[in-house]
Design a binder for this molecule. Structure first.
Ligand code: ATP
Length: 355
């Protein structure tokens, strides 16, 4: 298996910087999601790892070997684009075996490896069927089979579920993660979809304008976002920001939103007075008659298992995820209790979390 190490990777297209000084390690058997909006440099990063794009500077190491200038074909990496591209005139067996055939692997060995792969993907019973008659899920499995039959050191996947409709996408997210649990191949997966990244990855690199804003487990990026950008990009609805003017003292455990005192986790930094933002996720806001932070109910969105209620406070709109059967009326004044263990503080000028 394989470890991928990327050191100070940078890519310029003319004077535009698509990827800026990226460094990260994908450990053997780990699943990394490169997550960010369109144009943030995910695909360019992946193409450099694959050897399809030459970096402007920086290094790529595969199992400690510097492969920065190796050709793509010399890297033993499988690059999976959309998972639908199959050869329509071949049956399932031939589609899966094709990469081995083109590598000159002996017929008996191809047969053995295709059957092993099919067992892994639970498609052994359709090996002799034509791919043109297959349903979407099976087509996807055959395409995956074609990628894994080569037993590459690692997989690079660029939005492989991009064209699928929502329901089928959810099924494939589950299957891809299951497959990963079985074969533990080092994987880098590009997506703009936070749900896919959270559901599948061991680690997430959140990218913004060519820069990795945060690299961590799904829990770390969700619970301890390093910046307002990450807090806003991950979570649905995203984190609320309540802005206020203040300084901070090291050791402080209370802040003041206007006149309202709020308990926060201990602050470890000193801040000159300036604009700060208190960050709170909707599920950490509760309605409470006695809470000093108050606002008027603006609207609600019923989700079945719960509902998202928007409350207009003096510091801005706050969304709260509350029980589906909670009653209130539009315009009613309510108190909002914020779970003090789960709050984040950000410096608005830099956008970074205050330690
Ligand atoms: P998407 O999901 O839309 O592909 P992405 O995050 O994968 O987005 P990239 O495809 O890596 O982003 O592109 C990053 C930036 O680099 C974009 O602004 C893109 O226009 C630019 N870019 C990519 N390839 C080239 C190229 N060959 N020449 C010039 N600019 C490029």
């Amino acid at each position: 298996m394989a470890e991928i190490r990327v050191e100070n990777l940078r890519k310029q297209f003319g004077d535009f910087t698509a990827v800026e000084d990226s460094s990260f390690t994908v450990h053997d058997g780990e699943f990394l999601a490169l997550l960010g909006p369109s144009g943030c440099g995910k695909t360019t990063t992946l193409r450099m790892i694959a050897g399809l794009e030459l970096p402007t500077s920086g290094k790529i190491l595969l199992d400690d070997e510097d492969v920065t200038f190796n050709r793509a074909s010399a890297r033993d990496i499988a690059f999976v684009f959309q998972l639908f591209a199959l050869y329509p005139h071949m049956n399932v067996r031939k589609n899966i075996g094709f990469p081995l055939l083109s590598q000159g692997v002996a017929k008996a060995e191809i047969r053995k490896r295709v059957e092993e792969t099919a067992r892994l993907l639970q498609i052994g019973h359709i090996l002799d069927r034509s791919v043109s008659g297959l349903a979407g899920g099976d087509r996807q499995r055959v395409a995956l089979g074609r990628a894994i039959v080569r037993r590459p050191k690692c997989f690079l996947m660029d939005e492989p579920l991009g064209t699928l409709d929502a329901e089928f996408r959810e099924v494939m997210v589950h299957e891809l993660r299951e497959l990963h649990n079985r074969i533990h191949a080092t994987t880098v997966y590009v997506t703009h979809d936070q749900h896919e990244a959270m559901a599948m990855a061991d680690k997430i690199a959140v990218m913004n304008h060519g820069i990795i804003e945060q690299y961590g487990t799904p829990q770390e990026v969700y619970n301890r976002p390093a910046s307002m950008y990450v807090a806003d990009f991950i979570g649905s609805p995203p984190m609320n920001f309540l802005k206020f003017q203040s300084g901070l003292e090291s050791g402080a455990t209370t802040i003041r939103l206007g006149d309202v005192p709020i308990s926060v986790p201990e602050v470890h930094a000193v801040r000159e007075p300036g604009e700060l933002a208190l960050g709170v996720r909707p599920e950490h806001v509760r309605f409470s008659d006695t809470a000093p932070l108050r606002g008027a109910v603006y609207g609600s969105e019923y989700l079945g298992t719960n509902q998202i209620v928007s409350v207009e406070t003096a510091q801005g709109m706050v969304k709260a995820r509350v029980p589906a059967d909670l009653n209130f009326t539009i315009g009613e004044t309510v108190g909002l209790d914020l779970n003090s263990d789960k709050l984040s503080l950000f410096d608005c000028a830099s956008g970074k979390a205050v330690p």
